[in-house]
Design a protein around this ligand. Structure first.
Ligand code: SAH
Length: 232
């Protein structure tokens, strides 16, 4: 190999994961209405290309969902940003991030890593064993302190409840009661609700007296929230 060839990062795909390409994604998220600089900064710094298969790394900074195996997907960056912003409480420009968060549906581990990068104490649950093992390796390699468990996340994680925020990254026909009951007073739950082809991203807020209010944030498409666990 000549020196000139070695100096061409595009040839080995590195160009597609460069800071310039990441900054272009951030511009796109801003255009899409994402305003919180802390969230944008987490997306700029967490290497999404390390949360997908190497063959897809060159597409990691496109604003699109990508397959991660087992029929599952890593969420679209705009959806990750929107859900993360929705967990914050109080008025822009400085709403506060929640302290302790439960994520249902670890998948690639990317969303969990974004929450950890924002300083949250993250608990994540995944029903497919192999996806969880791969995500755990990524957390370890990249130094993210994320607690995880292999289980049906519809039961939540009662031993660590209550949570200041709960994020569900797979869609169910209705909000899961076991999860809202693990939400602290003052907490927020964000989840896609609906059928298999179209869902609404819902935000549920439990006030200091335990009274719940719901708002609809955006139309979204997620893989389904399924019952039971898969070992492999
Ligand atoms: N947050 C993920 C998105 C993964 S897609 C990421 O950043 O990559 C949704 C994930 O939810 C899939 O991995 C799927 O296996 C998982 N899932 C579906 N139903 C579940 C359940 N009942 N409990 C835990 N995980 C579930």
């Amino acid at each position: 190999m000549t020196a000139r060839m070695r100096l061409q990062p595009e040839a080995i795909g590195l160009g597609m994961t460069s800071q310039r390409v990441r900054d272009r994604l951030i511009d796109r998220l801003r255009t899409g209405g994402i305003v919180d600089e802390r969230v944008l900064n987490a997306i700029r710094t967490v290497p999404r290309h390390l949360f997908v298969d190497e063959a897809l790394a060159t597409r990691a900074y496109e604003d699109t969902a990508l397959p991660i195996g087992h029929g599952q997907t890593i969420s679209q960056p705009w959806v990750v940003a929107k859900m993360t912003e929705a967990l914050f409480q109080g008025e822009q420009p400085m709403p506060s991030p929640p302290h302790k968060v439960l994520e249902v549906g670890t998948g690639s581990g990317y969303q969990g890593a974004i929450l950890a990068a924002l300083g949250m104490e993250v608990y994540t649950v995944e029903r497919i064993g192999e996806l969880l093992r791969t995500a755990r390796k990524r957390f370890r390699t990249l130094g993210f302190n994320v607690r995880s468990k292999h289980d049906d996340g519809r039961i939540g994680w009662p031993e660590h409840a209550p949570f200041d925020a709960i994020l569900v990254t797979a869609a169910a026909p209705a909000l899961v009661d076991a999860l809202s009951s693990q939400l602290a007073c003052g907490g927020v739950l964000v989840a896609p609700v609906g059928g298999s082809t179209a869902q609404s991203l819902m935000r549920l807020h439990k006030d200091a007296a335990g009274v719940i209010t719901q708002t609809t944030l955006a139309p979204v498409v997620f893989v389904p929230l399924l019952s039971g666990m898969i070992d492999r």
